[in-house]
Design a protein around this ligand. Structure first.
Ligand code: TA6
Length: 313
């Protein structure tokens, strides 16, 4: 009887965790669990109290912690219930950014259920999970293109977060398709008044508040003092958000030439049902994106994009 009891305990522990089989303090693991509203969630654990949480709903990162400190903003009013996208975290914007096409704004990848590719693992010292999205019959009705979108979410030993996207055109009928893309990251900041965005000086941008009219940025460092919504074109691969009260976020990107900077500010924030009235003060979106030059893939072709987030103190 006692043998049976311990065996059951062992198997239930194994069912939830894929734990590094060596010393406890390594603590590298991938945990499959339930989140808000019982939605499936994966938690990547790394050494030194780093962790990442990602929902299968939207392949949506909703938490990134280093030394136990939360670095990603999620609204206190976020709705974790399809088809509403989750407000905050890192929404995956595909195959259409904003209203740049006939699909619903920001496409459909952020409100679809993704699946786990069967290799929850950690290689070397990295902990990662591979997520997969393929179009449903309903998707094919609104966007008649066959694709496979693989997103690897990786937590590195030092706590850096990496998102590696791989989109393949699997259309057997030989049709190419074109898309725009963004990782719509909501960074958590001490206060928007303490923030500067670095690396966008002298670049052209499309102002979403002025019919996407094209302008050139003349400020060295961007500060936000009102509603702000711009698509910066062909930016450097390394950008930074300096929060004078807390830390610096370093954003490194490959295959994602553009960057969107967004803050709704007070008035617009009041029109967003799933955003708390003054929460605009504690977030800034800096989105690694491919918008200015939409990506076209012929059958069999693949596109890759990579985003790496880190912090400096
Ligand atoms: O990325 C900036 C933006 O396109 C803004 O124009 C604003 O609409 C924001 O995204 C949020 O969009 P959502 O559809 O999530 O409300």
């Amino acid at each position: 009887m006692r043998f049976l009891h311990y065996t059951l305990l062992l198997f239930s522990a194994l069912a939830v965790y894929i734990v590094e089989p060596s010393t406890a303090d390594n603590n590298k693991s991938v945990e499959i669990t339930k989140g808000i509203n019982d939605l499936d969630k994966i938690i990547l654990h790394q050494t030194q109290g780093s962790s990442v949480e990602v929902y299968l709903y939207g392949a949506h990162v909703t938490s990134w912690k280093k030394k136990g400190e939360e670095l990603i903003f999620v609204s206190s009013k976020a709705i974790f219930s399809p088809p509403k996208p989750i407000r905050g975290g890192i929404p995956v914007i595909f195959p259409q950014f904003s209203n740049l096409g006939s699909l619903p704004s920001h496409g459909f990848a952020r409100n679809r259920f993704w699946t786990i590719e069967n290799n929850l693992s950690h290689v070397t010292n990295e902990v990662f999970v591979d997520l997969l999205l393929k179009p449903t019959e309903a998707d094919l009705k609104i966007w008649p293109h066959r694709f496979e979108f693989r997103l690897r979410v990786t937590l590195k030993p030092g706590g850096d977060l990496m998102l590696t996207s791989c989109i393949r055109n699997t259309d057997a009928a030989g049709k190419p398709f074109t898309f725009t893309f963004a990782h719509h990251t909501y960074f958590s900041v001490s206060n928007i008044s303490e923030v500067e965005v670095k690396g966008l000086e002298n670049l052209d941008y499309l102002d979403n508040l002025k019919n996407r009219t094209r302008f050139t940025e003349h400020e060295d460092d961007i500060t936000i003092e009102s509603e702000f919504d711009r698509i910066y074109l062909s930016t450097p691969s390394k950008l930074a958000i300096l929060d004078h009260k807390k830390r610096t976020f370093v954003v490194q990107k490959d295959g994602l030439p553009d960057a969107v900077v967004w803050n709704p500010w007070e008035t617009k924030a009041k029109t967003i049902v799933d955003l708390g009235a003054d929460e605009y003060k504690y977030m800034i979106c800096l989105e690694a994106a491919a918008i200015g030059k939409p990506v076209t893939l012929n059958p069999g072709e693949e596109w890759k994009g990579r985003l790496q987030l880190s912090t400096r103190y």
